[in-house]
Design a protein around this ligand. Sequence first.
Ligand SMILES: [Zn+2]
Length: 382
Amino acid sequence: MRGLVWLLPWLLVAEVRILTDFPNASAGQVTQVSPLHFRVGVKGQADQDGRNRQANWYFFRVSGVPKGAEILIDLVDLPGEYNYQPNRGAVTKDTRPYWKEGKKGGWQEARGDYDPAEPRWRLRFRPKKGEFLVAHIPPYTQANLRMLRKETQPVVEQIGRSVGGRPIELWTFDRSGGNKAAPVVWLMLRQHAWEAGTSWAGEGLLRKLGTGIVWKVLPWCDPDGVAEGGVRFNKFGYDLNRNWDAPNDAALRPEILAQKAAIEDWLKEGKKVDFFLTLHNTETGEYLEGPADSTLGQSLYSKLKEETLFDPDRPYLSRMAVERTGRANVIQWLWKTHQVPAFLMELRIAASPRRQARPTAESWREFGAQLAGQIAAALLAK
Ligand SMILES: [Zn+2]
């Protein structure tokens, strides 16, 4: 009899599920501690040599929580490595997880505590309808991108395919009005799959592209990674913002090859690139980097700092020298090989010290729109 009484609560909650059966989803090992307490590993991803493990993309659905019950989820397996240096993980006290209930609800920060000892996040949820989503930051998926393409109507070229056979597209918005001397801007978004914030910013940017400029956009640089819930490497473990100076390899790194060829074909036709920018996310850093003596980079940095949501944590910086062959990022390679004025911007996902708030899909879009305006102003003032 005692056994049956003990079993009853188990039966009532036996249907709790942690699910990753949808695009962009990811979770590692799941362990049930008690009926309403689960440990969910962050899957993480390592590079082609099994190094540089980064564990900062998780996106899963929890279903079957009994009405009115609280469920505990511990996010674990966080430690990793960045540029060969071990760390406690990219998921920290500064990056409280997000959750979302129902189709219409927005993403909100979850309740819970970070324990640096393990390290882990212990999250507490009391879903109204027994079901909810959890993610590192508000996801931006292929479905979002499809809607953006429909809305903004770019000229679309398929420039290649990913390892997994997914198309890689180049979008063109020719707003030059037929002016052959119009400035040309190249933008690169989502080189790293986890960095959904760059897609939210990109969306705001593409909705506000100024006239007098030709805009070339690589909107989705790691289609496999986003679809499959990856972090920063392609299917063979190659970091898509390193390896730009590694040998061209259509089998191992088709994504980089396609993007490189698209830019080089443009240059070979005698066309120019006045400004190249790749957008990234970090946990707590925010900055702009590019060629050391670039007045364009320095003035854009100042304008962004003064007039937009950009809240840099360091001055304009330059790291255009490649530390080790095979580790060049896209801007180092473009600058060294083609003298293209190429820039990289990092946008933090933790709270901005100036705003005392974490970015949201809306604030990223707002910043993207501001960025479009500042890029256009800088180039048209030249
Ligand atoms: Zn990145």
